[in-house]
Design a protein. Structure first.
Length: 537
């Protein structure tokens, strides 16, 4: 049993104490009453005026993809071809025995509309394949050796749901691949990371998550190797947070596909991990002009984006999943993709009746005003990434030309969704994002309040009327995210609930919003276990 005393949010009042036994909160009350429960093994920790919160949660990220990024070629710093070339060259020199180079992190704004060129990579690594994901994970930059390995030539047909950028004069592939059907032509030819690599990166991720006060995550891409890594960490006693994972749903498959998903959900579980929703990706991203829009792109009027699946197939699968008791987790960036998700869920409710389904739409960067109220009406959770809600380097050069100013400024309408009654859960989508890759919840909280990037206080805020308050943000990173994961045992500080807690070194309600990111986590407790403890405590 352990006892805390300090200021609390969504639970104990300032000066009250919390007692924990095993993985549960067993008492909240005045210090004299709580301390009466002490036993010989009890540790008492004075929070010294810190802020006690429910443990932070990330409702949509890609930990294992990020784990591999941590041990591969990670591009960073100011965007630019020369800087990227330098980093790739340095990585190649440091790893001369690797038969290929894989990495991520480049920004669209570093290149013209046509995207990056293979020639830039050929100049620094001409002798082995190079594959680099964009910062959002929806585009790839490859060299000539990688194109040759994949057999991609001027005669290669466009993959369904993806695109191979070609030189307008010669028809030759330029080295810019949009979306995973095209990127997969290269990655399918590269050796997959092994369990040891995943474990190495995952341990780094878990350590950082604990330092951020994170006690639960939702792995938005529960592929077999990712699930195997989580399971191995669990077996080794190294899994220091709760994991809910989504598994992919394929709208083109029949009822047997749902049975397969159900079987995985039945078998992959323990007290620390479980399979949750079936995930359906409906579109791509605005930067690659693959987000599905209701109206054509401003600078590419011949297209409204890329539909991943036929709408009738999506509706059939969603109704089948809903009938089988599955929660559905959509990737939908564009307003047409969001509408398709809502239409499919509305059809499922009409067919199966209403229930506590907690279906969710991740991203929802662009929502048509006519669809805002449908989230609340259908009980659909808006799973949002608030750390993106500022004018990043892609805005002027990419988002604005793609969408035009009116639509560009309708992105990230957080306040409108909240005021329309949409249930909210917050997340990071790490290792994908804007100029700064982060899964620290404090960065997302500050950005949503200020509508400016971290450390960019002099920038013009992005559509400041869509800002929200601190309580909304804390709720979305705690209770709201737990609700989205059907984890009704956590997300709040209350007697009988699981002891998932975070302690910050300052009261966020008493500091300027632009300094929220400076706060540090002093203590993290996941299921009653201390996973991070700063020197001050």
């Amino acid at each position: 049993m352990m006892t805390w005393a300090g200021r609390g949010f969504d639970g104990p009042r300032p000066g009250m104490s919390v007692a924990i036994a095993a993985d549960r909160i067993v008492r909240i009350g005045e210090p004299i009453d709580v301390l009466a429960l002490r036993g010989p093994a009890t540790e008492v920790i004075d929070l010294r005026g810190g802020l006690l919160l429910p443990g932070f949660r990330d409702a949509h990220l890609h930990p294992m993809m990020g784990a591999i990024d941590l041990v591969e070629c990670r591009l960073s710093g100011p965007p630019g071809p020369v800087g990227y070339q330098s980093q790739v060259r340095a990585y190649a020199v440091a790893h001369p025995g690797r038969p290929f180079i894989r990495g991520s992190g480049w920004l669209y704004a570093a290149f013209p509309k046509e995207g990056p060129s293979r020639n830039l990579l050929d100049a620094v690594v001409p002798d082995r394949p190079v594959f680099l994901k964009a910062i959002d994970g929806h585009s790839g930059w490859v060299n000539t050796a990688a194109l040759r390995l994949a057999g991609i030539t001027r005669d290669t047909p466009e993959p369904v749901g993806g695109s191979i950028q070609r030189d307008p004069e010669t028809g030759e592939p330029t080295g810019f691949l949009r979306e995973w059907p095209a990127m997969g032509m290269v990655t399918s030819q590269l050796p997959k990371p092994g369990l040891d690599e995943y474990l190495e990166g995952a341990r780094m991720f878990l350590a950082q998550a604990a330092r951020f006060g994170i006690t639960a995550v939702h792995d938005a891409m529960g592929k077999p190797p990712f699930l195997a890594t989580w399971e191995r960490l669990d077996q080794l006693g190294e899994l220091t947070l709760h994991v809910t994972a989504s598994q992919f749903g394929n709208p083109e498959l029949g009822p047997e596909h749902i049975e397969e998903l159900l079987e995985i959900r039945r078998t992959w579980k323990s007290p620390l991990r479980r399979i949750g929703p079936a995930k359906i990706s409906l579109d791509g991203v605005v930067e690659g002009r693959t987000a599905l829009l209701l109206e054509p792109y401003a600078d590419a009027p011949e297209t409204c984006g890329e539909a991943m699946w036929d709408a009738s197939d999506v509706k059939r699968l969603v109704s089948g999943l809903d009938a089988a008791g599955f929660q559905t987790h959509f990737h939908a960036v564009g307003d047409a993709a969001v509408r398709l998700a809502l239409d499919a869920l509305e059809a499922a409710r009409a067919a199966n009746g209403a229930r506590d389904a907690r279906h969710m739409i991740a991203h929802a960067d662009l929502v048509d005003e006519r669809d805002l109220a449908r989230f609340a009406a259908l009980g659909v959770i808006a799973n949002l990434q608030p750390a993106w809600y500022y004018r990043d380097s892609n805005y002027e050069g990419v988002a604005l030309p793609c969408l035009g100013r009116v639509r560009a400024e309708r992105q990230f309408a957080l306040r409108a969704l909240r005021d329309a009654g949409a249930p909210l859960a917050f997340s990071s989508d790490w290792p994908f994002g804007g100029d700064m890759l982060t899964f620290n919840p404090l960065d997302g909280i500050e950005t949503a309040i200020t509508r400016r990037g971290i450390g960019r206080q002099t920038d013009e805020p992005f559509v400041p009327e869509q800002a929200v308050d601190l309580e909304t943000m804390l709720d979305g990173f705690t209770r709201g995210a737990a609700f989205a994961d059907f984890d009704d045992e956590a997300g709040v500080i209350a007697e009988g609930k699981r002891a998932d807690l975070a302690v910050l070194d300052r009261d966020l309600f008493a500091v300027p919003a632009e300094r929220i990111h400076e706060a540090r986590c002093l203590l993290t407790v996941a299921a009653g276990r201390i996973t991070w403890r700063g020197a001050a405590l």
